[in-house]
Design a binder for this molecule. Sequence first.
Ligand SMILES: Nc1ncnc2c1ncn2[C@@H]1O[C@H](COP(=O)(O)OP(=O)(O)OP(=O)(O)O)[C@@H](O)[C@H]1O
Length: 262
Amino acid sequence: MSSAADAPGPVVLRTAGLTKSFRGLVALREHAIELREGEILGVIGPNGSGKSTFFNLITGFSRPDSGAIEFRGRSIVGVGTARIVGLGIARTFQGSRLFGSLSVAENILAAAQLRHPVGPVAAVLRGPRYRAHAREAETIAARLLNLMGLASQADRPAVDLPYGDQRRLEIARALATEPTLLLLDEPAAGLNSGETRALTALIRRIRDLHGVTVVVVEHDMDLIMNLCERIQVLATGEVICVGSPEAVRSHPRVREAYLGHA
Ligand SMILES: Nc1ncnc2c1ncn2[C@@H]1O[C@H](COP(=O)(O)OP(=O)(O)OP(=O)(O)O)[C@@H](O)[C@H]1O
């Protein structure tokens, strides 16, 4: 799949004037972005600049004070987290959200089952639709185990995996809901430089194979600069610039935000 820069596809996500405060402190102010299908956008900024707030607003974990969020042309302001997953937005979190005692395969299966939530009656009756959805979830899980290089670990409890594999499992769980927009919150945190390079290649491969649009929040500049076609920089809740890695690297306000001088 070509990058957004080569051939602009349809707009997947659009925010405008998106603002959120916590007890008088503006965590995100007038945020705006337009993301096209298949694009990989990096969001960077010093601690407390509003990156997680941005993810929380898009995924329905918190509600904006004002502004618009549109996913594939429809407003998702006020839509709950489960419904947002169903619409095709998935995220990973800064800290681990794995089910440690479940196996690697079961972790992915549990996420795949979120695509068709099952009520208590259907779970007991196990009718044809239930069985079809269960088979579908197993197919998705098998495919993701291979894609993410976790097939040989499928039966191990997630808690026993090396840290780098756990991070990949988090991404596999997000992908199991078959999103069209994937939000990754610090996927390289705690990885060494070799693991970070491998993860960079893997995220690009996921985009190329599945055509997903990716937003990655990350402090690791190697990953951001090598992976992202565009980067948006936040500082104290405001967008200070958006552009190519080269443009962002040399932008005076970015240098100021990070280094304290232009
Ligand atoms: N639920 C909350 N209640 C109160 N204040 C909050 C809440 N969430 C975020 N904030 C504040 O909003 C600001 C932006 O926080 P946010 O977590 O979005 O930053 P961040 O860029 O993700 O930081 P980091 O890189 O450290 O994860 C910070 O000042 C933070 O303390």
